[in-house]
Design a protein around this ligand. Structure first.
Ligand SMILES: [Zn+2]
Length: 484
């Protein structure tokens, strides 16, 4: 479950004007799913609630679940990272409840406090929950910057991510490069909301985007972050002593200063464990958290996993009835999070790139045999199997930091695509291509990369393995496979 909390600097308690009627709530929680074709009082209530949550255009609350209601529901689901199936069940109810509470508290705050709590500076969007994206964009645009064709950087990347959440179709690749696709998406957004469709992103368009996405929640004004907490409560940054937390869902609040996010990112995305000999930020966080959990003797948080840290991990494991192997993997991490009452959401490269929820499903083939179905997303227009894509995006980002731009020339090929290439080849109009079903680009792990650039090849030879990418065809330096 993804819970967002509203963080306010206002010491007055806030009120919630929007309540979901209990009979409606219990029907949905009891398993009723509302979908196209449904009729009656529950549908009417749903239409009213969607309107309150900002459905645009507003729905006529006629109790008839038609195309308009379905579209409004899909937009809501997309905006809240839910499966966009246009069906209203428990999951969407939970989000709707939060959205309505958030809208109500937002309104209450702004009636006597003109501060815009949504502006957050200095927060890394890499490590914050999905509600926190947009801080830099808002600071820049509220400060007078106008983003347009040719602009580049983090603010553009955030804009692309937010446009995707607002339903950009086709979804944009969040590459931080304001090109024609981004311009078209801005224009489409402007047209849809009655703004001048000039394709430039300034204050007016930002205001509308904030309204549509109900931004301005989830980040605290001092740059703290909101993270998921799967016990139903909310976890907020509270280390400046003046932040109040509005929480009416009966959960618990725990103090959380973000220490642990690096561990989550590492274990959550790559799996494995932190162990003797390991170094870096995740190890430093581990040492800090073990101290908080009562490590004795206290560890020096130096980011170096030596004998002392290993002993502390073993002691913690013994205390919690875990195998005391001194390796800090997912199981031990779960126990430590539980003991400290904190939780985190791993940064997911797919969602950071605005690609979560965009996968399509295809059959995989190997050596002429049809295997199961796999999920495929598009990176820069190239289809890539979803797990390969996740690691590729991580790798591409790391390479970018070294000034190297890795590009995919060919990724996953569906049966139809391979057949097309093979037919072209047979007709003498295309490159050598394997028979359909026999290409190693048809089962997921293969990507052809731009290794004609010697910098790219050198970087991959040195670093590819860290991300699970290896060469498998000696004569083809461009052909890499994800074999973690
Ligand atoms: Zn290849």
């Amino acid at each position: 479950m993804h819970i967002t909390s509203h963080v306010s600097t206002n010491p007055q308690p806030t009120t919630h004007s929007t309540d979901i009627p209990s009979n409606f709530k219990s029907a949905i929680q009891g398993g009723t799913v509302l979908k196209r074709g449904a009729k009656g009082a529950l549908v009417k209530e749903l239409q009213n609630l969607l309107n309150e949550a900002g459905a645009n255009p507003k729905l006529v609350a006629d109790g008839d679940f038609g195309r308009g209601t379905e579209n409004a529901l899909k937009i809501f689901q997309r905006q809240h990272n839910l499966t966009t199936d246009g069906k209203f069940g428990r999951g969407t109810l939970a989000k709707l409840e939060i959205a309505l509470q958030t809208a109500a508290t937002d309104h209450a705050d702004h009636s006597h406090d003109d501060h815009d709590h949504s502006v957050t500076t200095g927060v890394s969007t890499r490590t914050t929950g999905s509600t926190s994206i947009g801080g830099r964009l808002m600071s820049a645009v509220d400060g007078g910057q106008v983003l347009k064709r040719g602009a580049k950087g983090t603010t553009v990347k955030e804009l692309q991510q937010l446009l995707n959440r607002a339903g950009a179709s086709p979804a944009l690749t969040a590459d931080g490069d304001f090109g024609r696709g981004t311009e078209n998406a801005v224009k489409a957004f402007q047209r849809k909301h009655g703004l001048g469709a000039d394709g430039k992103f300034g204050r007016g368009t930002l205001a509308k985007l904030k309204e549509v996405l109900q931004l301005g929640v989830g980040t605290s004004p001092n740059g703290g972050t909101t993270v998921d907490n799967n016990n139903g409560g909310t976890t907020v940054d509270n280390n400046n002593g003046d932040t109040t937390v509005d929480n009416n869902n009966g959960g618990t609040n725990t103090t959380n200063d973000g220490v642990g996010q690096a561990i989550e990112n590492q274990l959550g995305v790559f799996g494995g464990s932190l162990r003797r000999g390991g170094k870096g930020n995740a190890v430093r966080e581990l040492q800090t958290l073990l101290n908080r959990a009562g490590a004795n003797p206290k560890l020096t948080a130096d980011g170096d996993f030596g004998r002392g840290t290993e002993n502390a991990v073993k002691a913690f494991q013994r205390k919690h009835g875990l195998g005391a192997d001194g390796k800090f993997g997912k199981g031990t991490w779960a126990a430590l999070k539980k003991e400290l009452g904190v939780d985190f959401k791993a940064s997911d490269p797919l969602s950071d790139a605005g690609l979560s929820g965009t996968a399509s499903t295809h059959y995989a083939y190997k050596k002429g045999k049809r295997l199961g179905k796999i999920q495929v997303v598009r990176i820069d227009g190239k289809p890539v199997e979803i797990n390969t894509a996740r690691s590729f995006l991580k790798m591409r980002e790391a390479a970018q930091k070294d000034g190297v731009n890795i590009k995919i020339n060919s990724g996953f090929r569906s049966y139809e695509e391979q057949k097309r290439l093979y037919d072209l080849y047979k007709a003498g109009r295309g490159n050598l291509a394997a028979r359909p079903g026999y290409s190693n680009h048809q089962h997921g792990p293969a990507v052809d990369l731009n290794t004609r650039d010697p910098k790219v090849l050198r970087w991959l030879n040195k670093n590819g393995k860290k991300f699970g990418f290896v060469r498998t065809v000696p004569s083809e330096p461009w052909h890499w496979e994800y074999r973690p």
